[in-house]
Write a protein of this length. Sequence first.
Length: 202
Amino acid sequence: MLRASALVLGSLAFMTTVQADEAKSKAMPYAGVSVGQSIVTDFCDDLEPLSCDDKSLAVRAYFGASFSEYIGGEVGFTFVDDVEASGSAFGASASLASGYQAFDGTMLFGTSRDNDFRLFAKAGIVAWNYDSKGYISGSGMMIVGDEEESGVSFRTGLGALYNVTDNVSVRLDWDFIPDIGDDETTGETDLHILSVGPQFRF
């Protein structure tokens, strides 16, 4: 009888361990949106005496899943509003605006997803589109230009996540995307984005 009871208890313990391991390895889908500020480095270089602002609104929507306790992956779409430069002197005026949109695929590597507070690093690939448009006017004439470039860049970053409830978290992200644009047309630049927003688990 004692031997049978020990066998039953041992079986229950084994099943509990297996179920816990399966839960830890189970894919957990999530989605979120983040809003923040972007810095387009090098945008204001060589634009004196124009008034220039290399910061703008950035929004990213994403969907992903944690594949294990420490590893996840996601796809996202990022919109960066126009950064702008403008000014006038000696009867002439000029304006330049550049904007950015991108789709990305990103892997995340971090501390355990079972913790309420989590830190992670990320790396992936971005397919971007960069549009730059501007004009120069004066002496009764206007010159208008519009250049657009597309390409693929590496994407990396860091983040932190805090679980507010079982299904809702607050997430902070820093993203770095280098080598956007083309030196000969739109100009080449690097993009930094700092954003925060809610994340929802299903």
